[in-house]
Design a binder for this molecule. Structure first.
Ligand code: NAD
Length: 504
C-alpha cells in the first residue's frame, strides 16, 4: 500500500463519525444542533461532501456567550498553576492526535500533508508556550509615589470571541485560543465555514484534558450570521479576528454598539525585495517557499517579488524552472507541495487573475492554468513584466501566484514596496548591512525578515500595519489584548485630604 493509500484509509476511519453524525456546535460541554439547521462541508480535493455541519445563528451564539459568561469567574479564579497543568495537557492531547488533525485538515482545506503535519504540532507548541506564561501573566508593577504605594495588576477581560479563517485553521485558532485561556478568559470560537473539522477536534481535546465545560465553546456557521452575532453580543468583551481586511472593517462596525475591543489580523500583499548583492541561491529558495508553500493561501506570503534589474533576467529564468517543477497533487500524498485551493469560489477568484494579468499587459511566465477534472487545482503561477499599479500587484490573490516587478535603485524598491494599502510582512535580501538597516527602517510592515524566510518565534510580536491589521499576537502582546490593566493605590500614611464643606 502506498503512503497516499494508507493516509486515505486512515482519513476515512477518522472521518467516519462526522459522516455519520455531522458536526454539532459545542456549548457548555454539550453537543447542540444549530438553530439554523445544517450546511455541508465540501472537500476541495474531489468536491465530495465531508459532512453536515451545524449552522449556528444568534440563538446559538447567545447560548455560547452565556456559557462562557458562567464559566468565566471559576476559570479566572482557578490557581494559575492548575490552569497551567490543563493547558499542558491540551498540548499533549494535540500531540497525541496530531496525525488525525493533520489528515482531517488536509482533506478539509486542501493543504498539503507536508506542511499540515507540522502545523498541528505548532498548535501544541502554542499551548505549551502560553502555559509557561500563565503565572506571570497577572504580574504588575510597583509605582511608588510620595503618599501612596501604587500597584498594577492584570486581570482577564472576560469572555472573548475568536473568529478564524480557513487557511491553516487549526494552528491559527490555537494562536488565539491558547493565550486567551492562559490569560483566564473564556472563549466562544466561530471557525470558518469552509474548514470546520479541526475546530471540533480542538474542543474535544481541550475538554478531555480537563478544561472546565463552558470555558471553550464552538459555534459553527456563516460569518454574516453567527460571526456577526458574536461581535454584537454584549457578554463578549473582545473579538480576536483573523481574516480579510474588509471583514475586519465589518467586525469593527458590528462591535461598536457594545464597545468591543478588537484585535484584527488581516490581509497582505507582501514584498520580497531581492538586491543584486544578495545570496541569490538562498533568496531563490526563500522566494519560492514563501509564496508556493501552504498553497499560497498564507497571509505572510511574499506575493510581490521586487527584483533588481541587473539580475532580473537570470533570477526569473531560474524561478520559472523551479515553479514549473513544483509538485501539485493530492494533499495526502507526502510528496505533494501544492494541493487544491479551498473552495470553488476561491478557485474562481484566483484563476480570474490569470485574465486580469493578461489584460493588464503582464506575462504569464509559468502556470496560469488549472488541472484535474474534479477539485480546485491550479498550477503554481508566475506573472512577470508587471508594474506596481496593476491589480495583480495591488490585490491579495491568496493563491500560489507570484507577481514579479523589476526595480533599478534602492529608492525605487522602497517606493514600490510601500506603495500598497497593506503592511503585514516584508522580506529583504541583501548582503549590504547598512542598506538592510536603512531599508528596514523605512519599509512599512509589521514584520520584516532580512536574508530569511518567515520564521515564527513565539515571543516576538506578530501583526500588521495599514490595512493588514491592528494589534499584535505573541509573547506578552497577546496578554495585553486578553487582559485589562488595573491600578490600585494604597495610602502609606495620613496624607492631607482636601476638605470641602468643612469651613463652618
Ligand atoms: P474572511 O474574512 O472571509 O473570513 C474569516 C472569518 O470571518 C470566517 O470565520 C468568516 O465566517 C468570518 N466572517 C465573515 N464575515 C463576518 C462578519 N460580517 N462578522 C463576523 N465574522 C465574519 O477570511 P478568509 O477568506 O476565511 O481568510 C483569508 C483571509 O485571512 C486573507 O485575507 C488572509 O490574508 C487573512 N489572514 C490573515 C492573517 C494574519 O495574521 N494577518 C492570517 C491568516 C489569514
Amino acid at each position: 500500500m502506498s503512503v497516499l493509500d494508507d493516509n486515505i484509509a486512515k482519513l476515512n476511519r477518522y472521518l467516519a463519525r462526522y459522516r455519520e453524525d455531522g458536526i454539532p456546535n459545542r456549548i457548555a460541554g454539550q453537543d447542540v444542533a444549530g438553530a439554523g439547521g445544517t450546511f455541508q462541508s465540501i472537500s476541495p480535493v474531489d468536491e465530495s461532501v465531508i459532512c453536515d455541519v451545524a449552522r449556528g445563528t444568534a440563538e446559538d451564539i447567545d447560548a455560547a456567550a452565556n456559557a462562557a459568561h458562567d464559566a468565566f469567574a471559576p476559570w479566572r479564579d482557578m490557581p494559575a498553576t492548575e490552569r497551567r497543568k490543563i493547558l499542558i495537557k491540551i498540548a499533549e492531547g494535540i500531540e497525541a492526535r496530531a496525525e488525525e488533525i493533520a489528515l482531517c485538515e488536509c482533506w478539509d482545506t486542501g493543504q498539503a500533508y507536508k506542511f499540515m503535519s507540522k502545523a498541528a504540532l505548532r498548535g501544541a507548541e502554542n499551548f505549551r508556550y502560553f502555559a509557561e506564561q500563565v503565572v506571570q501573566a497577572r504580574d504588575g508593577q510597583h509605582l511608588k509615589s510620595p503618599t501612596l504605594m501604587n500597584i498594577t495588576t492584570r486581570v482577564p477581560i472576560g469572555p472573548v470571541g475568536v473568529i478564524t479563517p480557513w487557511n491553516t485553521p487549526f494552528m491559527l485558532s490555537t494562536w488565539k485560543i491558547a493565550p486567551a485561556l492562559a490569560a483566564g478568559c473564556t472563549v466562544v470560537h466561530k471557525p470558518a465555514e469552509a474548514s470546520p473539522v479541526t475546530a471540533r477536534l480542538l474542543v474535544e481535546i481541550a475538554e478531555a484534558a480537563g478544561l472546565p465545560l463552558g470555558v471553550l465553546n464552538t459555534v459553527n456557521g456563516f460569518g454574516e450570521e453567527a460571526g456577526r452575532a458574536l461581535c454584537e453580543h454584549p457578554r463578549i468583551k473582545a473579538i480576536a479576528f483573523v481574516g480579510e481586511s474588509r471583514t475586519g472593517s465589518l467586525i469593527t462596525k458590528q462591535g461598536a454598539d457594545t464597545l468591543k475591543r478588537n484585535h484584527l489580523e488581516l490581509g497582505g500583499k507582501n514584498p520580497v525585495i531581492v538586491f543584486d548583492d544578495a545570496d541569490l541561491e538562498r533568496a531563490l529558495d526563500a522566494v519560492i517557499f514563501m509564496i508556493y508553500s501552504i498553497n499560497g493561501e498564507r497571509c505572510t506570503s511574499s506575493s510581490r517579488l521586487l527584483v533588481q534589474e541587473t539580475i532580473r533576467e537570470e533570477f526569473e529564468e531560474r524561478l520559472i524552472d523551479r515553479v514549473n517543477a513544483i509538485r501539485v497533487g493530492h494533499p495526502l500524498d507526502p510528496t505533494t507541495e501544492v494541493g487544491p485551493l479551498i473552495s470553488e469560489e476561491h478557485f474562481a477568484k484566483v484563476t480570474g487573475y490569470f485574465d486580469v494579468a493578461k489584460q493588464d499587459g503582464a506575462t504569464i511566465a509559468a502556470g496560469g492554468t488549472t488541472l484535474g477534472d474534479a477539485g480546485y487545482f491550479v498550477h503554481p503561477t508566475l506573472f512577470t513584466g508587471a508594474t506596481n499599479h496593476m491589480r495583480i500587484a495591488q490585490e491579495e490573490i491568496f493563491g500560489p501566484v507570484l507577481t514579479s516587478i523589476p526595480f533599478q535603485t534602492e529608492d525605487e524598491a522602497l517606493q514600490i514596496a510601500n506603495d500598497i494599502p497593506y503592511g503585514l510582512t516584508g522580506y529583504v535580501w541583501t548582503n549590504d548591512l547598512t542598506r538592510a538597516l536603512r531599508f528596514t527602517d523605512k519599509l512599512e510592515a509589521g514584520m520584516i525578515w532580512v536574508n530569511s524566510e518567515n520564521v515564527r518565534h513565539l515571543p516576538t510580536p506578530f501583526g500588521g500595519v495599514k490595512a493588514s491589521g491592528i494589534g499584535r499576537d505573541g509573547g506578552d502582546w497577546s496578554f495585553e489584548f486578553y487582559m485589562e490593566q488595573k491600578h490600585i493605590g494604597f495610602a502609606t500614611g495620613q496624607h492631607k485630604i482636601t476638605k470641602l464643606g468643612a469651613s463652618a
